[in-house]
Ligand binder design. Structure first.
Ligand SMILES: Nc1ncnc2c1ncn2[C@@H]1O[C@H](COP(=O)(O)OP(=O)(O)OP(=O)(O)O)[C@@H](O)[C@H]1O
Length: 256
């Protein structure tokens, strides 16, 4: 089973104050790990280390026990404002890597349509990108990331730019995409409810220096996948209590 491991990583930018100090984290396939924490605690820096965009000052980043030297196709990254190519159709954006790899047009289209179906955009393959809404574009970005059949999916606030209603729908879509792809997933969010709803494990970070202060296993997403409604889950006493507990951790408040 593929593992993406951060082993005692520490990081400073340009010799400044430590941004991450001795952080260890393991992401296995089938896991949905969500990182929460106050602004500036190093969440994005951690994701950039996992993606291979940054190199730690000490510690190691490993895929299946082998050190990574940079970005790799097995670790797909979805950004908040995904840069899609406006001159390509929706389907061609999804299949962009396949196009570079020389996959024939008909085959690219078949792959793209399958992925557009997974992200709820069936039938929109021929649309120009500029005719899609913000939420739809975000889904194209997700479909494009899934196109590489990555072992790991790394997402930095992927729903941050969306309005609340669209965001709730997209949470279900992320759950389904995660479930269907089986990719080990790492997601950063500022939404505490979003974290509880999506994660199999929540990692709470604290700043100065950025470090992990809590790991919490949850199963609300699995309840959703088993058919319980989002409303029923989010209004259940266990969910509400977990939300308060998590907020206490994030703001390092003493439980009353
Ligand atoms: N390229 C950079 N050069 C110098 N300092 C940086 C750089 N990127 C981030 N930092 C600093 O490192 C710290 C952690 O930043 P990071 O973006 O990882 O935190 P974050 O938890 O993702 O924040 P937010 O929730 O606000 O997005 C912050 O103090 C930030 O100012």
């Amino acid at each position: 089973m593929p593992h993406l491991t951060l082993e005692n990583v520490s990081l400073r930018y340009d010799g400044g104050a430590p941004v991450l100090s001795n952080v260890s984290l393991d992401i296995a396939s089938g896991e949905f790990i969500v990182i929460v924490g106050r602004s500036g605690c190093g969440k994005t820096s951690l994701l950039n280390l996992a993606a291979g965009f940054l190199t730690p000052d000490s510690g190691r980043v490993l895929v299946d026990g082998r050190p990574v030297a940079g970005p790799g196709a097995e670790r797909a990254v979805v950004f908040q404002n995904d840069a899609l190519f406006p001159w390509l159709s929706t389907a061609e954006n999804v299949a962009f890597a396949a196009r570079l790899a020389g996959v024939a047009q008909a085959e690219r289209r078949r792959q793209a349509d399958r992925l557009l179906d997974i992200v709820g955009l069936a039938g929109l393959g021929d649309r120009p990108i500029w005719q899609l809404s913000g939420g739809q574009r975000q889904r194209v970005g997700l479909a494009r990331a899934l196109a590489a059949d990555p072992a790991f999916l790394l997402m930095d606030e992927p729903l941050g730019a969306l309005d609340a209603m669209t965001r709730e729908g997209m949470q279900d879509l992320l759950l389904n995409a995660w479930h269907q792809s089986g990719a080990g997933t790492l997601l950063i969010t500022h939404g505490v409810e979003e974290a509880l709803y999506l994660a199999t494990r929540i990692i709470v970070m604290a700043p100065a220096p950025g470090r992990i202060i809590r790991r919490l296993d949850v199963d609300f997403g699995r309840r959703r996948l088993a058919g319980e409604s989002a409303r029923s889950i989010k209004s259940s006493p266990t969910f509400v209590a977990a939300r308060e507990d998590l907020l206490d951790s994030i703001f390092e408040r003493e439980a009353a």
